[in-house]
Design a protein around this ligand. Structure first.
Ligand code: ADP
Ligand code: G3P
Length: 499
């Protein structure tokens, strides 16, 4: 068996291939960004062919950088941006349309139509999810209704639906020459088409959304062998782990016990709490979702607080406003001022996700005066992440009855010291970062390694976890309450912006 495990992490912003050793430490990494396509206000697309080409390129680069052969890898795992929706032709491999990204809001009118007939929570009991623009099922319906010829081809059995994991596994395991079309339970739980308890597609929802069952992938465990890789750099290596990226981070942070939680700060931020082998329904605006399923063992469920825009706001200040050159420059800019100067930035660019689920909210900068400069805007943008995370933590504690002792964090934004300190301050709880920050890829590597016996059990993975840094709250309670009160007020200003 090979010495290492590889993981493809196909995120919203970029694709990475990371190679880990048995101790869960990074051996080699390659990363490439892909284009964000914004055809209209509220629309977000990715080019599936560009993603597949970049994934192959990063695999080749990371292997070549350490002179590795396929036989050096025991398995390859996959983790991916979730909900992003793809349809392609099973004979030619051609996508019929760009991937519609999870943040895309084009289906808002369709969502409103369905909600008008039975309420926003009409599918919650079966799927764990409210009706919103976020999930894949209605995005797929949009493609079938709007792409010429798509419905007829789907009904003729020519088209395949999948999320990014399905698309990559199909390509990796042979594509048109017999690629496997699968989706793991965690990704399937984000389509709004799967019955959470049966772990099977729900016929009634498929009928409501008018989606032919023949185009759906097979639902599989998160840790199992799906096939063998065909690209030269990793030819013959078992493709053996598949988790949505937020669930992969839960796995990579070794949150295997009920009550274990993590928060990942990437394009958006996502907090997941392991709730054990029974789904727990939310009364506080969280999602009930799959955590993971290892082989034939019972599935493990999670509560999730999803925030659409956190790191994406940093990107927006960089790319759309040109406030700074690179994401890390936001920190010195934010440090150039003492505080937010009374400014609150609520980035409801895709509406508001947890705990509000308001598709018709839009972004607001509140509290502007002539005193405010770009340093205050940068600071308000970073603080927005921390305030949104506090809202989700509060919902999580209310739903689970668990008071979190601290918050385990990971993702691209956790290098930002100002943000991490402010997060601890605004939560009033310590924030803890592990040594391996690439927990998303690590989780996929762990799932793949467990499937092929590279790792003996999850106990080994728990032993791999190590603390790197801890930020403790330093803010006075009065100030914390006042800042949060003003944040809540700013949030209300975003409501009902879209008619
Ligand atoms: N030093 C930093 N301070 C704040 N945000 C950062 C910093 N470095 C990166 N980011 C943000 O983190 C995000 C990338 O994180 P990552 O976990 O790679 O995201 P994803 O998995 O969504 O592609 C980007 O949105 C970027 O703006
Ligand atoms: O690409 P990320 O890391 O921002 O994650 C995106 C989520 O999976 C969307 O649900």
């Amino acid at each position: 068996m090979g010495r290492y495990i590889g993981a493809i992490d196909q995120g919203t912003t970029s694709s990475r291939f990371i190679i880990f050793d048995k101790g869960g430490r990074v051996v080699s990494v390659a990363q490439k960004e892909h284009e964000q396509i914004f055809p209209k206000a509220g629309w977000v697309e990715h080019d599936p062919q560009e993603i597949w080409q970049k994934v192959r390129a990063v695999i080749g680069e990371a292997m070549a950088a350490k002179d590795l052969k396929p036989s050096d890898l025991a398995a390859v795992g996959i983790t991916n941006q979730r909900e992003t929706t793809l349809v392609w032709n099973r004979k030619t491999g051609e996508p019929v349309y760009n991937a519609i990204v999870w943040q895309d809001t084009r289906i808002a009118p369709m969502v409103a139509e369905f909600a008008a007939q039975g309420g926003q929570d009409r599918y919650r009991a079966i799927t764990g999810l409210p009706l919103t623009t976020y999930f894949s099922g209605l995005k797929l319906r949009w493609i079938l209704q709007n792409v010429e010829g798509a419905r007829a081809a789907a009904e003729a059995g020519e088209l395949v639906f999948g999320t990014i994991d399905s698309f990559l596994i199909w390509h990796l395991t042979g594509g048109v020459d017999g690629g496997h079309n699968v989706i793991d339970v965690t990704n399937a739980s984000r389509t709004q088409l799967m019955d959470l308890e049966k772990l099977a597609w729900d016929g009634d929802i498929l009928a409501d959304f008018d989606i032919p069952a023949s185009m759906l992938p097979e639902i599989v465990p998160s840790s199992a062998v799906y096939g063998e890789a065909t690209p030269n750099a990793i030819r013959g290596v078992p493709v053996a782990g598949d988790l949505g990226d937020q669930q992969a981070a839960l796995f990579g942070q070794a949150c295997f016990e009920p009550g274990d939680a993590k928060n990942t700060y990437g394009t958006g931020s996502f907090m997941l709490l392991n709730t054990g082998t029974e789904p727990v329904s939310s009364k506080s605006g969280l999602l009930t979702t799959l955590g993971y399923k290892i082989g034939d063992a019972p599935a493990v469920y999670a509560l999730e607080g999803s925030i659409a825009i956190t790191g994406a706001l940093v990107q927006w200040l960089r790319d759309n406003l040109g406030l700074f050159q690179s994401s890390e420059d936001i920190e010195p800019l934010a440090r150039s001022v003492e505080d937010n100067g009374g400014t609150y930035f609520v980035p409801a660019f895709s509406g508001l996700y947890a705990p509000y689920w308001r598709d018709n909210a839009r972004g607001v900068i509140a509290g502007l005066t002539r005193f405010v400069n770009k340093g205050h805007i940068a600071r308000a943008a970073l603080e927005a992440t921390a305030f949104q995370v506090r809202e989700v933590v509060e919902a999580m504690e209310a739903d689970s009855g668990i008071a979190l002792a601290d918050l385990r964090v990971d993702g691209g934004m956790v290098v930002n010291e100002l943000l991490m300190q402010f997060q601890a301050d605004i939560l009033g709880k310590p924030v803890v970062r592990p040594v391996v920050r690439e927990t998303t890829a690590l989780g996929a590597a762990y799932a793949a390694g467990l499937a092929v016996g590279f790792f003996a059990s999850t106990d080994v993975l728990v032993a791999n976890w190590a603390e790197d840094r801890r930020w403790s709250p330093e803010m006075e309670e009065d100030r914390r309450s006042e800042l949060y009160r003003m944040w809540k007020r700013a949030v209300t200003r975003t409501f009902d912006w879209i008619d």
